[in-house]
Design a protein around this ligand. Structure first.
Ligand SMILES: Nc1ncnc2c1ncn2[C@@H]1O[C@H](COP(=O)(O)OP(=O)(O)OP(=O)(O)O)[C@@H](O)[C@H]1O
Ligand SMILES: [Mg+2]
Length: 346
């Protein structure tokens, strides 16, 4: 995989061409967003929607930055504004020091985006799609690395196959490949592992880690909190168009003073039952146990067990756990974890 990374010593992460404007000073941020608002206009019976309510985010250069939040929080809206696919209502955004309004060409050249939607032209082969993309970004023929990138994405043997014959996971990897053709210093991945099997997820993350180790700043959204916890050094949580937290991963996890009580029950507790237990923050674990978040200062285990018994839940066994990112997420957004072992929804 390493061979796709730049080896040319004249390679310049700055993306500046001779005679082009230089960014003000050396901005320490790969991405800087200030007071960013987006209101989608009303259309077709849908009322107007304020998807971003004036958010501030600064992604340090060289980080792996996680953007988390429940469905509809505004993550893709933010990413699509950076990609130039959605027009912001107000506020400012810059990429690698280039303002997206004042220097649209440089800012776009500084970022590669892997979109959430699988928007692949079915009539091109992966090799053609990459060549086309390289042409769009003005990458000279001798600098193109089409086969190298395809090899790194495990698509070498599909180079000349029509995209419509690729599986969903292969299509997603092709999107990652497309985002890489112009060798951007910032790579943004919007839900890159949705629909990708576990083996390929691991391969994709290994590749992302390699890019990061070689200097690429990574921004990713994922619904798999354990992935974010493992990969990201900094995490922002967005909820209903607002940033509710933005901190180093360990600080964020350390914020939770709550403990988790795991209760095994005689009969499986349904999500409806779990939500209905008044005054308790609950979730159902992947194994079907009931997990309860509680602050030991405010409530004792005995009080909680009394409440459960009063709700008609018969207890077999109890245990406690330390907090993780999932708990932070739950505490900050109030989202409930589903029974699908990791995704969050509401
Ligand atoms: N083109 C659009 N027109 C109108 N409303 C939109 C449009 N795109 C998104 N929205 C709305 O804006 C809000 C934010 O959507 P967005 O896609 O940014 O969320 P998200 O955080 O990426 O969610 P998910 O985790 O489901 O991908 C949602 O309420 C959504 O319905
Ligand atoms: Mg999205």
């Amino acid at each position: 995989m390493a061979e796709i990374l730049p080896t040319d010593p004249s390679y310049n992460r700055d993306m500046r061409l001779p005679g082009e404007p230089t960014p003000m000073g050396e901005a320490p941020y790969a991405i800087e967003v200030r007071g960013l608002r987006k209101v989608y206009r009303a259309s077709g019976g849908q009322s107007a929607k304020e998807a971003l309510k004036g958010i501030d985010i600064a992604v340090p250069r060289g980080s792996i930055f996680g953007l988390l939040g429940p469905n509809g929080a505004g993550k893709s809206t933010l990413i699509n504004i950076l990609a130039g696919l959605v027009v912001k209502s107000s506020g400012s955004a810059s990429i690698w020091g280039f303002d997206i309004d004042a220097n649209p060409r440089q800012s776009r050249a500084s970022i590669g985006i892997v979109p959430q939607e699988l928007n692949i032209d079915p009539f091109f082969t992966p090799a053609e799609a990459l060549e086309l993309q390289a042409g769009l970004y003005g990458v000279p023929k001798r600098e193109r690395r089409t086969m190298e990138i395809l090899r790194a994405m495990g698509l070498e043997d599909k180079a000349d196959a029509y995209a419509r014959t690729l599986s969903g996971g292969m299509r997603r990897r092709l999107l990652v490949a497309k985002a890489m053709v112009h060798n951007p210093p910032v790579l943004v991945l919007d839900e890159p592992t949705a629909g990708v099997d576990i083996e390929l997820r691991k391969q994709l993350w290994d590749y992302v880690k390699l890019l990061h180790a070689n200097g690429t700043t990574i921004v990713l959204t994922t619904h798999y909190l354990e992935e974010a916890q493992e990969l990201c050094d900094t995490i922002a949580i967005i909820d209903k168009g607002e940033v509710v937290a933005c901190e180093p991963t360990q600080t964020l996890i350390g914020r939770v003073t709550d403990k988790k009580l795991i209760v095994r029950t005689v009969w499986p507790v349904t999500p409806e039952q779990a939500v209905a237990i008044k005054g308790l923050r609950t979730e159902i674990t992947a194994s079907g146990a009931l997990a309860i978040l509680y602050n030991p200062v405010e409530a004792g285990v005995m009080d909680i067990l009394d409440l459960l018994r009063a709700s008609g839940i018969e207890i077999v066994d109890i245990s406690t756990e330390e907090s993780d990112l999932e708990d932070v997420f739950l505490q900050l957004t109030g989202s409930h974890r589903g029974q699908n072992g990791g995704s969050v929804s509401r």
